[in-house]
Design a protein around this ligand. Structure first.
Ligand code: ADP
Ligand code: MG
Length: 645
């Protein structure tokens, strides 16, 4: 397909200036221009019926000139007034400074006019409409409108794209799937997406291009997946006995989903293809222990593990977790920006003295070099940008890579989003968990609520009180901050110990308070959303979220996930005087899949999954929600195609 390499600069009418603009718009090649779709269309296919036309709306009129007047306004705009006759109506049509029209307009000749039509009785008026000769019948068309920067006009781009459409346009989808899905050809589609010959043909074009876009995306990802199969990876033996022995010493029995996922990981480990796997599971489903066991197996094989998490607090918590569970001979180190003696740690990592490193993005610094990295984990992976994840993989491309996420997404969507990797899912929570009760509480019912909480505290249960901000702000008068909230809480809960954490504290301080909370030294932890991800205190049984309407749905679900992590009946109180559907969704369901789906509907995949960084919101015309049916077809077709080969 040679033509795709033809440069836009070779088109007629593209000089250096326009070439530069096109380049900036990423429209360097003919193919780019063909896939630069209109933002909207103006339907000029029909001549307006003036008897029923809504005055003030746009339309096409054809009219015969019965009078031409030109008025010179020195210093101001010249006005040309045409009087036309159309459908028994008399129209007055005004043009300003339209010197170019003077020699063109002929008395008694018929023209098309397009623009806003003002009607009054048997008269109509148009101001500076588009005008064209009546014998230029292609004026009656559906006209594309593109999003363009300054310096490039609609006429220019249409002209360029028309030139591109002259080249032979080859089919790029397998014929079998074109027939199967009754798609129009690529040529027909591209022609009619830019210059629709009719509404019907436009629909055909759009359908085909949406399918094509999904198909290409999924197909490309499958190729990446396949290419990965040809890459040499670190092969890790299963060490069945040692692993079983280790698992049997855990304080709990693994759920069957945890076992299944672990098996999938071990299978991947045990091949010389590097693992690329996403582990999704709702908050509290027990993903960490899966990563711990897999790290242990990596250690038994004599390889190193790197675990990257988005916050220092979470790094610290994982560090303690790993240390508590794993035997002493496994050397574990914490690496975050606050950690002292980084140089020593880096040396230990490169010498292979450290077996497991747990850290934040400090892990991806150039100074960090592993001796023999065999396993990489990113927790809360949607919090990382694609470049950060890549930087970690680049430490050793042969290493096995596990991404963990608590944002489960619907299966079809994950087949598209993650079609380049394998997905494992934990669907069940550990046994004994009681579903969290969620209520919306109005601010005038707070007193009653505080009474309920006292009962819980009497039972030696702990909990969180969350505020959106640290300090009050004039901008958000009705929003409670920690500063003001603390006074109130301190007053009501005098007999209890309160801890406060927020992002403005030094890391060491935050760390100490969280550890003390975990050890039971505080009854209530007052905080901002710094506790949002990962924090795991199983004795915490209530969470109060002030101004809950200020938080996003997934964020609220994450916050709620801080409780109900043990066997105590837990409660989540959403304090809010608003009635947002987000809050009701939380009351309705504890199910992360349901919540994620709702959130995707409300905010769209770009926001929820961080795919802006993921680089997969490049869909030009397709939409994963609106076109779910077409997407499913494409997913199935690509799968079938790969199976057939
Ligand atoms: P998440 O999937 O949200 O990261 P964690 O891994 O932090 O969840 O696990 C939540 C809590 O559940 C932790 O306290 C963990 O020790 C506990 N847990 C994990 N697996 C089980 C299990 N099979 N049975 C009981 N408790 C478990
Ligand atoms: Mg977690």
């Amino acid at each position: 397909m040679g033509m795709i390499y033809l440069k836009a600069g070779q088109l007629k009418g593209v000089g250096p200036k326009k070439e530069k603009i096109l380049k900036e718009m990423d429209l360097q090649y003919i193919d780019d221009l063909l896939y630069f779709f209109p933002r909207k269309y103006i339907d000029k296919t029909r001549i307006a019926d003036l008897k029923v036309h809504k005055s003030g709306s746009d339309g096409v009129v054809s009219g015969t000139i019965i009078d031409i007047k030109v008025k010179k306004n020195y210093g101001k705009k010249d006005i040309m007034t045409l009087r036309v006759e159309s459908q028994g109506y008399i129209g007055e049509i005004l043009f300003f400074n339209a010197h170019y029209l003077k020699n063109k307009i002929k008395f008694q000749k018929e023209y098309f006019f397009y623009g806003k039509i003002e009607l009054k009785g048997k008269f109509f008026k148009m101001i500076h409409p588009e005008i064209e000769d009546f014998d230029k019948k292609d004026f009656l068309s559906i006209e594309p409108i593109y999003s363009l920067p300054l310096g490039l006009g609609q006429k220019n781009i249409r002209d360029f794209i028309k030139q591109c459409l002259v080249f032979r346009i080859y089919e790029n989808l397998p014929e079998y799937y074109i027939d199967k899905n009754k798609l129009c050809s690529r040529e027909h589609a591209l022609k009619n997406i830019h210059f629709p010959e009719s509404r019907m043909k436009f629909k055909e074009a759009k359908y085909r291009l949406i399918y094509e876009e999904f198909f290409k995306f999924i197909f490309g990802n499958q190729l990446i997946k396949e290419k990965n199969h040809h890459q040499e990876g670190v092969l890790l033996k299963k060490f069945r006995d040692e692993t079983n022995d280790f698992i049997s010493k855990l304080l709990f029995e693994l759920t069957s989903d945890q076992k299944m996922v672990l098996d999938e990981i071990l299978e991947d480990f045990n091949s010389d293809i590097p693992m690329r796997r996403l582990l999704q599971g709702d908050v509290g489903s027990g993903k960490t222990v899966v990563a711990v066991i897999a790290s242990y197996i990596t250690y038994l094989n004599g390889f190193q593990t790197a675990v990257m998490v988005p916050t220092e607090i979470l790094a610290m918590q994982h560090y303690n977790n790993f240390k508590n569970v794993l035997p002493d001979e496994v050397k574990i180190k914490l690496l975050t920006s606050s950690v002292q003696n980084k140089k020593d740690i880096n040396r230990e990592i490169s010498d292979g003295e450290v077996d497991i490193v747990i850290g934040t993005h400090a892990l991806i610094q150039e100074s960090v070099n592993f001796k023999n990295l065999g396993f990489i984990v990113t927790d809360e992976q949607h919090r990382f940008g694609v470049n950060q994840r890549k930087a970690l993989i680049d430490k050793n491309k042969k290493a096995n890579y596990l991404m963990m996420s608590a944002t489960p997404i619907p299966r079809t969507m994950s087949l598209v989003m993650y079609s380049d990797i394998y997905v494992s899912t934990i669907n069940e929570l550990p046994t004994g968990r009681k579903p969290i009760d969620t209520e919306i509480v109005r601010s005038d019912q707070l007193k009653k609520l505080y009474g309920k909480i006292k009962t819980k505290l009497e039972n030696n249960e702990q909990g969180y009180i969350v505020y959106p901000f640290i300090e009050d702000s004039e901008k958000f008068e009705d929003v409670k901050s920690i500063k003001v909230g603390y006074e109130e809480i301190n007053d009501i809960f005098k007999d209890y110990k309160l801890g406060v954490v927020h992002g403005q504290q030094k890391f060491e301080e935050r760390e100490r308070i969280l550890l003390d909370f975990k050890n039971g030294d505080y009854d209530i932890l007052i905080s901002t959303t710094v506790i949002e991800v990962g924090i795991d205190v199983s004795n915490a049984s209530f969470i109060l979220i002030n101004n809950a309407e200020r938080f996003g749905l997934s964020q609220l679900h994450q916050l709620r996930g801080r409780v109900g992590r043990g066997n105590i009946k837990s409660h989540c109180f959403l304090i809010s005087d608003s009635d947002h559907e987000r809050l009701h969704a939380l009351v309705e369901s504890n199910d992360g899949f349901f919540i994620a789906k709702k959130d995707l509907e409300i905010r769209g995949p770009g926001e929820v999954l961080g795919i802006k960084q993921h680089g997969t919101n490049h869909f030009l015309i397709a939409d994963m929600f609106k076109h779910l049916g077409i997407m499913e077809q494409a997913v199935n077709d690509v799968a079938e195609l790969f199976e057939k080969r």
